[in-house]
Design a protein around this ligand. Sequence first.
Ligand code: C2E
Ligand code: CA
Ligand code: CA
Length: 804
Amino acid sequence: MDTNMQNKYTDNRIDSTTSLLNFACTREFLIDYLSQGNVQGTLMMLDIDNLKILNEMLGYFFGDQIIASVAKVLTRTFRNTDIIGRISGDRFAVFMKGEGSHELILHKVNEVCCEIQKIYCGESDLHVSACVGVACYPQHGMNQEELWNHAEEALRQAKECGVNTCKIYETDCVLDILREQQVVKTIGVIDREYESFYNEIAKMTFRLMEDSTNAEHSIQMIMQRIMDYFGFDVIATSLVVPEKLRTLKNVYVVTAKGVCCKQDGERQYSVQRWNQIKLIMEKGHSMFRTYSNDPECREMFPEDAEAQVVSGLHIAMGTKVYSSGLTDFVYIGKEHQWEKREIRLLESFTKILTVYINQLHNFDETAYLAKLMRERDSITGLYSYEMFLTRMKELIAEQTEPIEIVYIYSDFTNFKHINEHYGYNVGNLLLRKFGEMVGKGSDEGFLCAARLHSDNIIVARKNLANLDGEGLVEAINTYNEFATEELRQYGHDNMIGIRTGIFLSKSNEVMVEEAVTNAGYACKKSKEAGSTKAMLFTDKLMEEYRKRLRYISELDVAIRTGQMQVYIQPKTAPNGVNVVGGEALIRWIKPDNQMVFPGDFIPIFEKSGDIITLDYFVYKEVFKYLRNRLDKGLPVVPISINVSKLHLKNDNLKKYLEKLFRDYKMPVELIELELTENVYIENMEQAMDLLCWCKEKNLKIAMDDFGSGYSSLNMLDQVSIDIMKIDKTFLKNDVLQKNECIILEHVVSMADKMNIVTVCEGVETKEQLRFLADIGCNVIQGYYVGRPMTMKDFDRYLEEHFVE
Ligand code: C2E
Ligand code: CA
Ligand code: CA
């Protein structure tokens, strides 16, 4: 058979969703098998309970997943010689070949049903279950058709008894095995006591769906039935009106006296009340106790209701992320203690009803979802930053006394790695799980949570335990360890870690934006420190952060008003007298004449990116300075300029320098570039690119700070630099130590052999100078021969030290 034929053959017989045999094929195989004669076997027919409801509530894609999962359970549980098929949408048939005792059959059914209940059903409280009908060959049917019909009959009867039931066909009585022997335990949410009632309602709802002309009536009937069963006095359902602000509309109010349907009872709530309502929607449910003359209740009650106690339960309609309204179950004139199982049951009903109520009342899901999308982050279900700000401001405004709020700003270490290596799905899953963990609004201290961007999540909590900074760090580290453990289940390796910045706000006056920024800053600091521990935003960080902001905001003015000045430090021949060059070094002279050194602001501008502007300013000043002297016919020496690694990101530096050389008609030998050694190591490729460009232009380039990091002499083989600037740390002692001497001598002689000019920095004493001269160092830079000085002072220096 050629492959084409084979495909065609299999395609017609295999169900594409499950890869099981299809209806026709299952029957054919069964007929085939039975026709062999003298065989035995058991036919099981399995039907997924309420698949239609699951489809409606979870979406058809999810429905398909459930079907595929059930198929997997079947293939796993039965032998591959058994006949397993999907015979209709939610129905499967399995024929177990060979003799089957009741025990074996029960065992198998039990196994299948238990496995099916484990199928993941999204974030819902729903669970998958199935009914099974069994007929044995040849006892219950002498041929395929009879056997099939009787298995179907057993299944029909099983379904009649409710979900999660199995029946074996008996000639005159159908044996209710599962119930009697309690083989299958209902592991779902529904308590055994409520099970048949739940089934009744589920079935009613099912009918309601088939018969949509009567849906309105049926919903009310279902509500009435629930009301009778529990003895409620009122059940009221209200839906969010997406296009209106803070508004709910009553869609059903069913009272014990009868049904009244206030279709257009709309109501707008105060900010405060609305926040409570939203919180209930997020939490899923909330109990309340009040009096019927409470204005908040009036809407719900008949006019003649007297002031009596009201115990009620609000239940959110829909899911946590997407809740379309509330259903209230109310007792009047009676205190009621709500039990967990009761709440769960009512939640299940509400979920089922919600689907139809939304449909019937043309609840504009798209509009509502669009609104939620604006408020919520689609991956984690947490708030957006804007909503976080709004909610937090509202929450703070409601406080009558100052509260301490802890802002916890977290991100993942290695998130980029996870996304790149395992795909965005894994990254998103981790985010979602983490969002779920921290965003649960159910505990007392929780205030609000949002995803800011990428993997950056902010949580605001009350400082209930009144922890101090250290206590908070400890508590959060402990929590992060726990959360990391949890997340490891979903990630593919141990790379995930959580990094956190904490800001403790002690006054209600602190701006939320500022609090988030502070927490974020602490998180960033933790990252910079290479730590995976939580870091508190302290006064010291605050000072640093303020300075940072101040510097960045002051830079432009500082440049324009001459606060930024380019100093030049001379370089001399080994005799320490003859000037051979200079290095441009920036100084910031504040309006109060205080001098700020580059070590204080350059790291800040490197991080903010402003170093580019500053460097360009320095370069231009240097070109201007040299041009001016050249124009006046004064002697000049080459000046070196420092190149930050940020320049390597693109070609702008090259373009800028080319323009300067053109505009100032600058001879190329008068300018030298300095690039620190770690740039050569960390950004090798880009450094090489700049190196090549320099070679092309005949521009000299130096390796700055040689020996301060991990550089090795071997490296000099790979990069063809012109100048090596030996770091000042070699000369940290006034009197040179023996091994320092050895190293220096070796470095200098090695560089010499490679035709690299050596410049020694930080020369402060006569002895150092003498030693360097002895070992053949080419150029001297340091306080001993000259401190960095203003350009005016450098003019004078040149006058005194320049030798033709
Ligand atoms: P660098 O490039 O290694 O500059 C040499 C530093 O050593 C200068 O510090 C200089 O004042 C100092 N120095 C010179 N002689 C001696 C000495 O005998 N003893 C001691 N202890 N120090 C000496 P400065 O001016 O504070 O600059 C620090 C760093 O800031 C520079 O280190 C350079 O990396 C950076 N920098 C300075 N100006 C600029 C600039 O315009 N652009 C860029 N990107 N970086 C700059
Ligand atoms: Ca330098
Ligand atoms: Ca240096």
